[in-house]
Design a protein around this ligand. Structure first.
Ligand SMILES: [Zn+2]
Length: 269
């Protein structure tokens, strides 16, 4: 599943090819995605893309009088392709911009292509999203306020997108390792110092994944069609039974909220 780093890598990859250019044509081959592609999308030709933004895992193409909202769902990818390249079975949506085509491939069709003429932050899908982890909004103080009096365990807390958006399973485990925090600890019991370390660790982990070109464990394909390189340098994620690279203890796997959590009992107290 594409996570926030993959979406940000995609955004950075497509942005220079779209901004300032006119939409020449739109092709909706399969409107039955997560939600039906609205008719307004097919009428976008002629508009100019002013900016390519991201909110959580949503990509927002600012077209002046509204935004095209794109989401990659479970299996989606966006690539820039030559207009002469024939669409495949799962290539459901094309946006022709300049001399290139932005093509959405989505075998499982959990992705989304939507349009909103209102400010995107008011859209029902975006309205309740938590703070952006890479923005200045997230710091130790803000995290401490968010976690205060919360009895939820810190690992599922980090993955709750209504508080902080886009910290997926891998990144939550890795960030807690870097911050030296036991994932079973109640969020509300974190000290101000814990929160400062954790906020910094979240940013560091996400930035490292963006630098690595996204870290989907499957076949993430970058926006220019090249496979993203991910060096599997995780500290704890998917390393149950292996020794901690820092202290030599054996990494453990537990299940929290139906998701696997990995941690080092030596480094995370
Ligand atoms: Zn350790």
């Amino acid at each position: 599943m594409p996570e926030l780093p993959e979406v940000e890598v995609t955004r950075r990859g497509i942005e220079p090819h779209l901004v300032g250019r006119a939409i020449a044509a739109v092709a909706v081959r399969e409107p039955r995605l997560r939600w039906r592609v609205p008719r307004a999308v097919a009428a976008l030709a002629g508009r100019t893309v002013l900016a390519v933004k991201r909110r959580g895992k949503y990509l927002l193409l600012d077209c002046g009088d509204g935004h095209l909202i794109l989401h990659l769902g479970m299996s989606g990818s966006l690539r820039l392709v030559d207009p002469r390249s024939a669409p495949g079975k799962h290539d459901h949506f094309d946006l022709s911009v300049g001399r290139q085509v932005l093509r959405l491939r989505d075998p499982r069709r959990f992705g989304a292509v939507l349009w909103t003429a209102r400010p995107p932050q008011q859209h029902p899908l975006l309205r309740h999203l938590g703070i952006e982890p890479l923005s200045r909004e997230l710091d130790g103080r803000r995290l401490h306020v968010l976690a205060r009096a919360c009895r939820m365990r810190i690992k599922p807390f980090l993955m709750d997108g209504r508080r902080i958006v886009g910290v997926g399973n891998i990144y939550a485990s890795e960030s807690l390792f870097l911050a030296g925090i036991d994932p079973r600890k109640a969020a509300g019991r974190l000290s101000a110092a814990d929160c400062a370390r954790l906020a910094a660790a979240i940013k560091r982990t996400l930035r490292a994944a963006i630098r690595a070109g996204g870290s989907s464990l499957r076949d993430f394909v970058g926006s220019d069609g090249r496979a993203g390189h991910f060096q599997r340098r995780a500290w704890v994620y998917d390393r149950a039974g292996h020794r901690c690279r820092r202290c030599g203890e054996v990494i453990r796997r537990i299940v929290q909220g139906q998701r696997a959590t990995y941690y080092c009992p030596g480094c995370q107290r």
